[in-house]
Write a protein that binds this ligand. Structure first.
Ligand code: PLP
Length: 389
């Protein structure tokens, strides 16, 4: 089929025109259970009444003014993000890549303005994913994202995930920061151990490096805590987040401790749309719901049920060998091409997402209930049966 769209995405011949809760509907009325959530974005499901209400209310009042002016809902959002986290300062943007980009720029300008002008390099991890801008593909370091785009943006070194000795071995006097996802998402759902994050913190403290967490995917409740790093007790100096922050409306944030955040003085960085009134109003409502103990506890509970039911389903499977993850960020290790498994799930009206290393990701809305978990497990069971014969 010819199209005026650039062909950068491998799309399915499947489209939806309506969503309610955990379900998506095609124009023909077929219903799919959405365990992809637009890649960890629609965490409150589709057409959540509270999000609709706050969006509609704001849309009728004011859409956009630019960051030349005070935006009350943006200030409030920053205040709330800081209140329950390590952070004291926030910069808003519109996407994950921009949030990581801002984090990297902040790390460099912080060192520059505090007298360590030669510190500009960043250590990151193989299999990591940080976005698709020039700097963030260099940070990810994966050949498949770099190929064809000319010289790689300078200053990034990757070492193996969880390999603390490798981190030590590449630090030099020009190192500015370490960038890591507390749970690798695109890389195939790999959870960083608490001890690994603790050791990274110690290394950063000892060598005057900044610790940057990329919680674009694992943040905003997905792991069962507001921020995935809370499980370890380790605090970063800078953190990037986005995806679920706007519940489906684009917004990203770079959060930092006071001393570091203060390095963004007027004129150093900016974004036309970042934290605009509509995005901020919606994100405030997302926080109203997600940043609550009961809600987060339920993510852990439902996630545990999902994983234990899946374990039961794959017990004798020759197709899936392992289930891993945290909260509602679940990876299924496949022994056949993950794409085939995703198609088989899709035929059972269950949506999932692929990841590196033959992994299928389940990133359901955080509002799913046990009935929906059972429905998903039945679909998985049927799909695996079909694939196995
Ligand atoms: C998705 C993702 C990004 C990039 O976010 P975009 O909104 O697509 O730019 C960055 N880091 C991680 C960990 C992600 O999962």
């Amino acid at each position: 089929m010819s199209s005026n769209l650039m062909a950068n995405y491998g799309r399915f011949e499947l489209g939806f025109d309506r969503g309610v809760g955990s379900y998506l509907y095609t124009p023909e009325g077929d219903r799919y259970l959405d365990f992809a959530s637009g890649i960890a974005v629609t965490s409150l499901g589709h057409s959540h009444p509270a999000l609709l209400a706050s969006a509609n209310k704001q849309l009728e009042k004011l859409w956009h003014v630019s960051n030349l002016y005070t935006i009350e809902s943006q200030s409030k959002l920053a205040e709330r993000l800081c209140k329950n986290s390590f952070a004291d300062k926030v910069f808003f943007c519109n996407s994950g890549a921009e949030a990581v980009e801002a984090s990297l720029k902040l790390a460099r300008i912080y060192h520059n303005s505090s007298g360590a002008k030669d510190r500009w390099k960043v250590i990151s991890f193989r299999n990591g994913f940080h976005g698709r801008t020039f700097a963030t593909i260099a940070a990810s370091g994966q050949p498949k994202y770099l190929k064809g785009f000319g010289p790689v943006f300078d200053g990034f070194t990757q070492v193996n995930f969880l390999d603390i000795e490798a981190v030590r071995s590449v630090i030099d006097s020009e190192t500015a920061a370490i960038l890591v996802e507390p749970i690798q998402g695109e890389g195939g759902i790999h959870v960083a151990s608490d001890s690994f994050l603790k050791e990274l913190r110690e290394i950063c403290d000892k060598n005057d490096l900044l610790l940057i967490f990329d919680e674009v995917q694992c943040g905003v409740g997905r792991s069962g805590r507001m921020w995935a790093h809370e499980w370890s007790g380790v605090k970063p100096d800078i953190m990037a987040t986005a995806k679920a922050l706007g519940g489906g409306f684009p917004i990203g944030a770079c959060m930092a401790i006071e001393e570091v955040g203060n390095a963004f003085i007027p004129g150093t960085h900016g974004s036309t749309f970042g934290g605009n009134p509509v995005a901020s109003a919606i994100a405030n409502t997302v926080l109203d719901i997600v940043d609550e103990r009961e809600f987060l506890q339920n993510v852990t509970n439902v996630g545990d049920i999902l994983v234990s039911n899946l374990q039961e389903v794959i017990k004798r499977s020759s197709i899936i060998s392992e289930i891993r993850g945290r909260g509602l960020m679940v990876g299924l290790q496949c022994l056949i091409p993950a794409g085939d498994v995703i198609s088989a799930f899709r035929k059972q009206k269950l949506l999932s997402v692929g990841a590196e290393g033959n992994t299928v990701r389940f990133l359901p809305p955080l509002i799913i209930n046990e009935l929906e978990v059972n429905e998903a497990c039945t679909a998985v069971s049927k799909a695996l049966q079909r694939l196995e014969c």
